[in-house]
Design a protein around this ligand. Structure first.
Ligand SMILES: O=C([O-])C(=O)C[C@H](O)[C@@H](O)C(=O)[O-]
Ligand SMILES: [Mg+2]
Length: 431
């Protein structure tokens, strides 16, 4: 192994990962969800790994982008954005479209590029860290804490995917009412020691979700609670929920859709509002912050363009007195490691981060990352501190190859139609 940082090869491996039947306002999670694993190989003999969305529009962009990286240095991180801009995006496929029914905010060509860049940026940082013998957090300026706290990400869910659908079994059982949600929360605390709880809402009428949060507050008195209906409520409904749950909520996440509606809600409640839907890219910051629409931004290195952009976002939040935490979609251990490294370097991280990781029974690592007392330890090993398991990667890739194309693009509404053929993506506000 030498210090030659020149990229000689980039490997892209799309995979399908098992996902339980988690409910959200758009529908239900597919039994398998696409992810893309990125490997960057240097002339010095080091391989760095990254992970990002694996839906086909990301893959279409990732392939030509990967080709352009060969011959560059893994330390050439600023250039990743310049190179990404050179890759053509079929704007018709993304501009003003919504991704996964809007769960990640409005889709644009730039945001698509940033989501692809993030997987490569993490892989380059991993390779650079390994080559220099430094952990990724050191490349970001050094950790400020030895562990990063995560919250239990509770979902309404069915016990099984619909009958006849090929899937993996999950051991979590159903959660479709307050008792089920509390039982799920107990399992999360027993297994992982989480002390704060987020409930994915927008699934049942608001009164039922208020009852579930009340039940959580009774079962876990004094613990931070959050409710996130993904913009499913009107301003009026949002205010009603804020009033009813104000005494137990740490924050309300995206109660109403879009900055103007969030600003209207924020003006009339003291409950802090968090978002991963109306502030999802740098151009959306000015309007939201000047209107006082959000009090906490949930960063996500995947769509903000990587770990260094996440730190830039955190600096802006700090400047404007807005809190920062972390959003999560279905992801594997590479991304959890990346999230943990960057989170350890952010000074103004005052809320436990979201992570779907406990829902993922499969991974591509030789060793899964673990939560202790609700936190993940920040690794001091070179790079991300994780190791790819080639057999597991090959297995999940084979599943992707075997798929007839139906699962290669995440579509929660289509997954819901298997159980309920009449299902259409609800118009917003739903309540
Ligand atoms: O708003 C959020 O926190 C999310 O969109 C996170 C996830 O996408 C979640 O809602 C999901 O996967 O159903
Ligand atoms: Mg959210």
């Amino acid at each position: 192994m030498t210090r030659d940082l020149t990229i000689t090869e980039v490997r892209l491996t799309p995979i399908l990962v098992a996902d339980p039947p988690l409910l959200n306002t758009q529908g239900v999670h597919q039994p398998y969800t696409p992810r893309l694993i990125v490997e960057v190989v240097t002339a010095g003999g080091v391989t760095g790994v990254g992970e990002t969305y694996g839906d086909s529009k990301y893959l279409e962009l990732a392939r030509p982008f990967a080709d352009k990286l060969v011959g560059r240095q893994v330390s050439d991180l600023n250039a990743l954005f310049v190179v990404a801009d050179e890759v053509a995006v079929d704007r018709g496929r993304v501009e003003n479209q919504v991704d996964v029914g809007g769960l990640r905010g409005v889709q644009t060509a730039d945001k698509l590029r940033l989501s692809v860049v993030s997987g490569f940026e993490v892989a380059c940082l991993d390779a650079l860290g390994k080559a220099l013998g430094l952990p990724v957090h050191a490349l970001l300026g050094g950790k400020l804490r030895d562990q990063v706290e995560y919250s239990a990400y509770l979902f309404y869910k069915w016990a099984h995917h619909p009958a006849g659908v090929a899937c993996e079994k999950d051991e979590w059982g159903a959660a479709v009412d307050p008792a089920g949600v509390v039982e799920q929360a107990r399992k999360f605390t027993e297994r992982y020691g989480f002390t704060s709880f987020k409930l994915k809402g927008g699934v049942f009428p608001p009164e039922e979700e208020i009852a579930a949060v009340r039940a959580l507050a009774e079962a876990f008195p004094g613990h931070p609670l959050r409710l996130d209906p993904n913009g499913a409520w009107s301003v009026e409904t949002s205010l009603k929920v804020a009033q009813e749950l104000g005494d137990v909520l740490e924050y309300l996440e995206d109660p109403a859709l879009g900055t103007p509606a969030m600003a209207e809600v924020a003006a009339k409640t003291d409950v802090p509002l968090a978002t991963n839907m109306c502030v999802t890219t740098f151009t959306e910051i000015q309007e939201a912050f000047t209107k006082g629409a959000v009090q906490v931004v949930l960063s996500d290195h995947h769509y903000w363009g990587g770990l260094r952009n996440t730190r830039e976002l955190a600096a802006m939040c700090r400047t404007f007195g807005v809190g920062v935490s972390m959003h999560s979609n279905t992801h594997l251990g590479i991304s959890l490691a990346a999230m943990t490294h960057v989170a350890s370097t952010v000074p103004n991280l005052h809320h436990a981060c979201d992570s779907h990781y406990p829902w993922q029974s499969e991974d591509v690592l030789t060793e899964r990352l673990t939560f202790e007392d609700g936190s993940v330890k920040v690794s001091d090993a070179p790079g991300l501190g994780v190791e790819l398991d080639r057999d597991k990667l090959a297995f999940l890739h084979q599943r992707w190859l075997d798929d007839d194309g139906r699962l290669r693009d995440r579509d929660d509404a289509a997954a819901m139609r298997i159980a309920d053929p009449e299902w259409v993506t609800p118009t917003v506000p739903r309540w």
